[in-house]
Design a protein around this ligand. Sequence first.
Ligand code: SF4
Length: 104
Amino acid sequence: MSNRRIFLKNLSHIAAASAIGISLNARAQATPVANTDPQAVALGYNNDTTKVDKAKYPNHVPAQACKNCALFQGKATDANGPCPLFAGKVVSANGWCSAYSKKA
Ligand code: SF4
């Protein structure tokens, strides 16, 4: 393989790695949803499932959390991740809201 081809191949790997790094960095820097966010208040979102208002949500159980919700788009091991109900922000893996739907 010529030096030029090796250089171009390495260049493409660097570009791909940079794109992945930028993508991961963007997720890491996404704004966490605050419990006081108007959408959060409307959905009863709490970033700690153990602190959900039991009087208001009697069917909630602490085992329900964003990390095991069908709408959670992070990985099971992520501390937070996107949820389509909170566009442009991330929810806590240990959070919960009234739209919770158990992951199949
Ligand atoms: Fe969390 Fe699911 Fe509610 Fe999104 S819909 S905030 S992932 S419980």
